[in-house]
Write a protein that binds this ligand. Structure first.
Ligand code: AMP
Ligand code: ZN
Length: 443
């Protein structure tokens, strides 16, 4: 089955043909780690995790890189506010990110490079750009010279005026052209910095992804993805740097961008303050329900976040896991055709989800769910989930009560066995007696 993806570069759906069919290479821009990420930041992670899973089904070797930006002015400010070191802050928030994304069912990428470990590669790349006349040094900064690249702006399709306006020009007298952007900037003694031919300093954001993607995926690779807001300037500038440094016509063959997760019609963002962190949502909802909500709209469409949406997603999963309860847990060998077809059409997850709804057979349901990164846990485990701080009996206390009820029934003390059942029910735990014994769920 062929895969079609929407390529931002051409603004069209295109047949996916890898550069090297023996090795497909994918890069997704990851977060800047200074705090917990919000659920909007999880949208690219989950959407492109579905892509990664699909590519792994089709190709022998797939390398997926998702970076972590651990050097940034926001990180420096936050570390100072928190009175902790930059390392302590970025280590803590990067591990929280990795664990939260894991709880959303995202597979671990093959590489998760942290920017600070690639400064040598960035310095080398900047040196190359200077040597080739694509960058210049001014007042301790190194800037990319936008006029040095004939087709700068090809991805975002911005006019020269829009480019200049969008470059968010600060008062920077050292820029030769207002659209030029920073590759390297000087650091004071108090700021983190690395030695370079241009003095002690630190890299700009865009050069990080150019250097890390080249290191792990090569100078040209298949797919580069991220949120819509990264098209300009971040991806435009990554392209400018990589193509100018390496001299290729393409940095990545396909550019894929997810739409925004909104809240009341507005983009969820840290700066607007209208956000929910994945970390806090995971205390109230199972990660799988959050994942299903994120996949309920096509990745390029806007998606409105609501708590009702999460409640509905959980109810859908209750239904699916209900159908899997007590049935064979082995997934079918291949993903059901209708699910695979939907995903092969530019990751049409809402269509794939409706196809999963049609599946009656547990093995097919498991396999269809797996393609979406859903329905992978034991059905009993799903029904045991409870929100953080909900109180109520623990799993062990429930198991002990069920054993006591069994003993009462064996002794034909039905008053006692009913009392135990009713007591659990009052605490939100429902018992179901079946051929294989008693199962339970939190209702
Ligand atoms: P940032 O840390 O802001 O660079 O964001 C990390 C990733 O999340 C990038 O791919 C962004 O495009 C994406 N992103 C940020 N906000 C949203 C949102 N509200 N909806 C969808 N994606 C977003
Ligand atoms: Zn990037």
């Amino acid at each position: 089955m062929s895969l079609v993806v929407y390529n931002t570069l051409s603004r069209e759906k295109e047949l996916f043909v890898p550069i090297d069919a023996g090795h497909v290479r994918l890069y997704v821009c990851g977060p800047t780690v200074y705090d917990y990420v919000h659920i909007g930041n999880a949208r690219p992670v989950v959407a492109f995790d579905v892509l990664y899973r699909l590519l792994k089904r089709r190709y022998r070797q797939v390398t997926y890189v998702r970076n972590i930006t651990d050097i940034d002015d926001r990180i420096m400010v936050r570390a100072a506010d928190n009175r902790e070191t930059i390392d302590a802050l970025t280590n803590r928030t990067a591990s929280a990110y990795q664990s939260d994304m894991g709880r959303l069912g995202a597979l671990t990428p093959d590489f998760e490079p942290r920017a600070t470990q690639y400064v040598g590669e960035m310095v080398a790349m900047i040196g190359r750009l200077v040597d080739k006349g694509h960058a210049y040094v001014a007042e301790g900064h190194v800037l990319f010279s936008v006029p040095s690249m004939a087709d700068y702006g090809r991805l975002s399709r911005r006019t020269r005026d829009e480019l200049v306006a969008g470059a968010r020009v600060e008062v920077t007298p050292y820029k030769k052209d207002p659209a030029d952007f920073v590759l390297w900037k000087p650091s004071t003694d108090q700021q983190p910095g690395w030695p370079s031919p241009w003095g002690r300093g630190r890299p700009g954001w865009h050069i990080e992804c150019s250097a890390m993607s080249a290191k792990h995926l090569g100078e040209t690779f298949d797919i580069h993805a991220g949120g819509l807001d990264l098209i300009f300037p971040h991806h435009e500038n990554e392209i400018a740097q990589s193509r100018s440094a390496f001299g290729h016509a393409l940095m990545a063959k396909y550019w894929m961008h997810n739409g925004f997760l909104n809240i009341s019609g507005e983009k969820m963002s840290k700066s607007l303050g209208n956000f929910f962190t994945v970390h806090e949502l995971l205390e109230q909802y199972p990660g799988e329900a959050i994942r299903l909500l994120l996949l309920s709209a096509h990745y390029r469409q806007p998606l409105d976040f609501t708590h009702e949406g999460l409640v509905q997603a959980k109810a859908t999963l209750d239904r699916w896991y209900g159908a899997l309860r007590g049935r064979d847990a082995t997934p079918a060998a291949s993903v059901p055709q209708a699910v695979e077809e939907a995903l092969s059409d530019d990751l049409n997850t809402p269509l794939a989800i409706s196809a999963v709804h049609q599946l009656g057979d547990p093995a097919a349901l498991r396999a269809g769910g797996n393609a979406l990164g859903l329905l992978q846990q034991d059905a009993e485990a799903w029904f045991r989930w409870m929100p953080a701080g909900a109180g109520g009996p623990t799993d062990a206390e429930i198991e002990a009560a069920i054993a006591a009820r069994q003993a009462a029934r064996k002794a034909r003390d039905f008053r006692e066995s009913d009392r135990i059942r009713d007591d659990l029910k009052a605490k939100g735990v429902l018992l179901e007696d079946g051929a294989k014994g008693t199962t339970w769920k939190r209702g």
